[in-house]
Design a protein around this ligand. Structure first.
Ligand code: CAA
Length: 257
């Protein structure tokens, strides 16, 4: 499939998806989401790819849902058309998805970044949920994922007032895993992506699934889930290889088995 609204690059084990509507600050319209989802389907099925990086450009990761496209929607068009529903595709990826955010990540753009497994921010990143200024509320999980990430007080202030926060405040609030200079964003993100991509992929998937369980269950149930997954790692060849390599003081060579 050829893409007009995203750019897909593959290196040995890592794929990079660049949102590519620069004139509209990467506003997320239905054509872009359709292409993004097609690319994610393709990459999930591709055994050569272990990790996916999602990024934009220096000015914008994405400035939100496309206001021009949604302005005239009626309730029934939004409801019956499952508006936003398809955006959730990224949350169903079993492979790690890392958001590399420079510039604006607003509204649906902030929500898309939060659907990824973690966010690395450039120093110029700006996060916000300005939907309230348009007469709507966040619709792609902002009231839920932002609140879980930064807590009630900051989420309330950001969502009720539309105030944007910069990269440093986002790091202090635990919205992003770390902040890097703008011109090092892709290089630093690719480095961590490559590192993950060279580990055992079934074990990485188990770790991701266990962390996500923390957001969906009570603590005791989550710990039980983790323990069962931990026991399951002992059924893999990669556990034997990882521990043998440690004891032999050599680098492990994982076979994803
Ligand atoms: N939708 C459609 N077009 C958008 C857009 C959006 N979300 N954000 C920016 N654009 C367009 C602008 O209309 C403009 O296009 P034209 O040149 O054709 O006029 C172009 O991108 C550049 O934008 P600006 O001229 O506004 O750039 P700026 O540097 O002056 O301001 C900005 C940047 C502060 C990000 C500003 O563009 C802005 O406020 N954008 C809207 C942000 C927003 O409200 N996002 C939430 C959308 S609602 C949502 O996402 C719902 C949900 O939860 C799913």
């Amino acid at each position: 499939m050829s893409y007009e609204n995203i750019i897909l690059d593959r290196s040995e084990r890592v794929a990079k998806i660049t949102l590519n509507r620069p004139k509209a600050l990467n506003a997320l319209n239905s054509a872009l989401i359709f292409e993004l989802n097609a690319a994610l389907d393709d990459l999930e099925a591709d055994h050569a790819i272990s990790v996916i990086v999602l990024t934009g450009n220096e000015k914008a990761f994405a400035a939100g849902a496309d206001i021009k496209e949604m302005q005239t929607k009626s309730f029934i068009e939004a409801y019956s058309g499952d508006f936003i529903g398809p955006w959730e595709r990224v949350t169903r990826c079993r492979k790690p998805v890392i958001a590399a955010v420079a510039g604006y990540a607003l509204g649906g753009g902030c929500e898309l970044a939060m659907m990824c497994d973690f966010i690395i921010a450039a120093e110029n990143a700006k996060f916000g949920q300005p939907e309230i200024t348009l007469g709507v509320i966040p619709g792609a999980g902002g009231t839920q994922r932002l609140t879980r990430a930064v807590g009630k007080s900051k989420a309330m202030e950001m969502i009720l007032s539309g105030r944007m926060i910069g990269a440093e405040e986002a790091e202090r609030a635990n919205l992003v895993s770390r902040v890097v200079p703008v011109d090092e964003l892709i290089e630093e993100t690719m480095k961590v992506a490559e590192r993950i991509a060279h580990l055992s992929q079934p074990i990485v998937a188990m770790a991701k699934s266990a962390i996500n369980t923390a957001f969906e269950t009570a603590l005791a149930e989550g710990v039980r889930y983790e323990r069962a997954s931990f026991y399951a790692t002992f059924a893999t060849e990669d556990q034997k290889e990882g521990m043998a390599a440690f004891i032999a003081k050599r680098e492990p060579s994982f076979d994803n088995k």
